[in-house]
Design a protein around this ligand. Structure first.
Ligand SMILES: [Zn+2]
Length: 398
């Protein structure tokens, strides 16, 4: 599928305006560098050059801070609010699901995110494909299409999947067009986060994913499930609320990415009326905030490869950038670290490190520009004024 996705990206780029010159006063390049007073020349959807320039520009972004288009490595593109502002997470009428999924994609792109990983639902596939064809507006979408659990079968007949069944599930997921494999190594936060797949099951899924050339991202709240996933060579740990220091150290040694998510907890609490939480569940979510900030701090101190994901559910699409604010304010991240996390490092984690996530010649022309300086005031990420994806402008609101 990777070949097909890249071909589609190229065809979308061909639709974009062939050449554009962008005048900037401040660029954060996504790798930790800052560039002043540069012109970016975009051609055929890619950054052709960056230099002092001097000629006439098509877009004047002076006074804004320009960054690589942001990347969110964990969203649920199809989860949305209905007309009564109640959360719908799958189900509903198919035509509603399709339209809401596309609406979420549009809002996410307008919010400055030019690439997302949805983990994931079947409807993501056609939405991804229409976006890649350039006929619907949205971020570049990578999706798992399904979520793999240790047991299933439906109608209450909880069958523990065998290792062979799980491997077959991964191969079918790949054949169906998945860009990534999503699995649940533990239960949810509310249920305690205990390991919910055996070590053998986790090894089967992540091992088969690797064998067919896909990455594997693992929902893991508690330490035991996360540790099993790290040992199984899975690509990334999502949430990781209760990871122990030893597991974080193991992730550094093995190059496992870590994707903690703060926005999702705040979003549930802020929009509690839209969900069906009991008082007990709300307390659990509230109690999850401090350990999430704490594990982020401990991971940062150990130089774990921290990527940027929001676990965006209903109510979060379009305001994914709030994760930056929570990271800096709740977890004490340096703004530059959070920006590198959401750009070059997340790109690397998706296997797209040479394509996106950096403002440099040769990369896809994915740019976001905000009013103000996010290094001085992280809330600048809320003031998105310009969004370009693969050379095509999707927002220009100065
Ligand atoms: Zn999620």
């Amino acid at each position: 599928m990777r070949l097909i996705s890249i071909a589609a990206i190229v065809s979308a780029a061909a639709l974009a305006q062939d050449r554009a010159v962008i005048q900037t006063s401040a660029i954060l390049d996504g790798k930790g560098g800052t560039l002043k007073n540069q012109q970016i020349v975009v051609e055929g959807g890619r950054i052709r050059s960056i230099g002092p320039g001097g000629g006439k520009a098509d877009y004047d972004l002076r006074g804004l801070t320009v960054m690589p288009g942001w990347i969110d490595t964990h969203i649920h593109l199809n989860w949305h609010m209905d007309a009564n502002h109640k959360s719908i997470a799958g189900g509903g009428k198919p035509e509603d699901a399709a339209l809401y999924t596309e609406a979420d994609a549009w809002m996410t792109l307008q919010g400055g995110f030019t690439t997302v990983q949805s983990v994931g639902a079947a409807i993501d596939g056609p939405v991804r494909d229409r976006i890649n064809e350039g006929v619907l507006p949205g971020p570049r979408v990578l999706t798992s299409l399904i979520q793999i659990q240790g047991a299933g079968g439906g109608r209450g007949q909880q069958h523990q999947w065998t290792v062979d069944e799980l491997r077959e599930m991964v191969r079918k997921n790949k054949a169906d067009g998945a860009d990534v494999i999503k699995l649940f190594a533990t239960s949810g936060l509310g249920a305690g986060g205990n390991q919910s797949m055996t070590d053998d099951q986790i090894q089967a899924v992540c091992g088969e994913a690797k064998a067919v050339g896909l990455r594997s991202v693992v929902h893991a709240i508690g330490d035991a499930g996360a540790r099993a996933a790290v040992l199984a060579g899975c690509t990334s740990i999502e949430h990781g609320t209760f990871l122990k220091d030893e597991t974080l150290d193991m992730m550094v040694q093995r190059g496992t990415y870590f994707d903690p998510n703060l926005l999702v907890l705040h979003n549930y609490l802020d929009n509690r009326a839209s969900f069906t939480f009991t008082e007990q569940a709300l307390k659990t979510l509230e109690d999850g905030l401090a350990p999430t900030a704490d594990v982020l701090r401990r991971a940062r101190a150990r130089q774990v490869k921290l990527i940027f994901g929001t676990d965006a559910v209903a109510g979060s699409h379009g305001r994914n950038a709030e994760e930056f604010v929570y990271r800096v304010k709740d977890a004490g991240e340096k703004p530059m670290d959070a920006i590198i996390s959401a750009t070059s490092l997340s790109a690397e984690s998706l296997g797209l490190g040479k394509e996106i996530g950096t403002v440099a010649a040769g990369f896809q022309a994915d740019l976001v520009a905000v009013e103000g300086d996010p290094l001085a005031d992280i809330t600048a990420v809320r003031r998105v004024r310009f969004v370009m994806k693969a050379g095509k402008v999707f927002r220009n609101a100065r």
